[in-house]
Design a protein around this ligand. Structure first.
Ligand code: UDP
Ligand code: MG
Length: 316
């Protein structure tokens, strides 16, 4: 790939009026530099996705577009959350770009490393993950819960990139492959690694937010984490099923024990039948739920209508 790529930078924004002017002037500086050095084409652009902001984020975007057309905007009618807003931006942006980079509006991610992303893209990588070297800029709470969460979903069999948020470069065809996933519950940090393609990582140091407050309160973090587990793993259902089998085996033991006590004449009236029913019916119920869960798990995978495979290349 010797031709210069057209780059689209996708920036979801939710009530970002404090930081947007800083983001815009930073991007202007970087674009001038990169375009001047012919790292990216003149058609390269920044696409701001206004995720239903209540402040004047959108009028700022319109204003900058009027002055400088390398800035584009997409206004969503309602707040749909970071993941959906990002997906909307990728869907729109990849149409007129060779590769796209997704980035937060608050400049926490080091914009300079996009140059390294582009170098990796030129080497033939379809996806380049930005990985945080350390999380010193995060609070202790955010750092430990986030890292604990990634270890946990790893155990559940969800493939993610450790210490990677949504700062990454994707080639046009990688976004097309992502776009073929029609599911509604998005957890892009799990979906993108599942695409395949040639990928690599670039590490960077994450800065504190430049201005404004975090738009990811605990409630949204928990909801993202919950989507991460339930959109990718049916292992909880399988665990339920295993537990029920275990309970059934234990119940047989208890039935034997209760019958033995009865036989010895050491059991109170009614104790034997009571013990037998509690354990056996309990186990049977759990078994039933686990069995139904297995089918629900299958239905859930079917309704996602994820593509069965993704073609990377063809010849002939
Ligand atoms: N964001 C969004 N919709 C939301 C919440 C957040 O588009 O409902 C955007 C936000 O404007 C920012 C990015 O998602 O560009 C990450 O949010 P933030 O920086 O507040 O998260 P944090 O870095 O605190 O995890
Ligand atoms: Mg942030």
């Amino acid at each position: 790939m010797t031709t210069i790529p057209t780059l689209g930078i996708i920036v979801p924004c939710y009530n970002e009026k404090e930081v947007l002017p800083l983001t815009i002037s930073a991007m202007q500086r970087f674009f001038e530099d990169w375009k001047g050095r012919r790292l990216i084409t003149e058609e390269s652009f920044v696409l701001f996705v206004d995720d239903g902001s209540q402040d004047d984020t959108w009028s700022q975007i319109e204003h900058i577009h009027a002055m400088d057309t390398q800035f584009r905007g997409l206004k969503l009618a309602h707040n749909v959350g970071h993941q959906n807003a990002l997906f909307a931006g990728l869907a729109e942006g990849h149409l007129s770009a060779d590769c796209v980079v997704s980035m937060d509006a608050d400049l926490q991610d080091d914009v300079e490393v996009i140059e390294q992303f582009l170098a990796e893209y030129a080497k033939g990588n379809d996806i380049v993950y930005g990985v945080r070297e350390d999380r010193q800029s995060d609070s202790w709470f955010k750092r430990s819960t986030a890292q604990g969460f990634y270890r946990f979903i790893d155990q559940l069999g969800v493939e993610t990139v450790f210490n990677h948020a949504d700062y990454r470069l994707m080639s046009k065809r990688a976004v097309e492959a992502l776009y073929a996933h029609p599911e509604r519950n998005l957890f892009l940090r799990g979906m993108v690694p599942a695409l395949g393609f040639q990928t690599t990582e670039v590490s960077y140091t994450r800065q504190p937010r430049l201005a404004g407050e975090s738009k990811y309160p605990l409630r949204k973090m928990l909801s993202l984490a919950w989507d991460g587990v339930t959109s990718f793993s049916v292992r909880p259902i399988k665990l339920l099923f295993l537990l029920s089998l275990f309970m059934l085996i234990v119940s047989f033991g208890f039935v034997g024990y209760a019958l033995y006590r009865q036989y010895e004449g050491k059991a109170m009236d009614g104790w034997t039948s009571l013990m037998m029913s509690i354990w056996f019916i309990g186990g049977l119920q759990l078994f039933g739920i686990g069995l139904v869960g297995e089918y629900v798990g299958k239905i859930y995978q079917e309704v996602k209508r994820r593509p069965r495979y993704i073609v990377e290349e063809r010849c002939g």
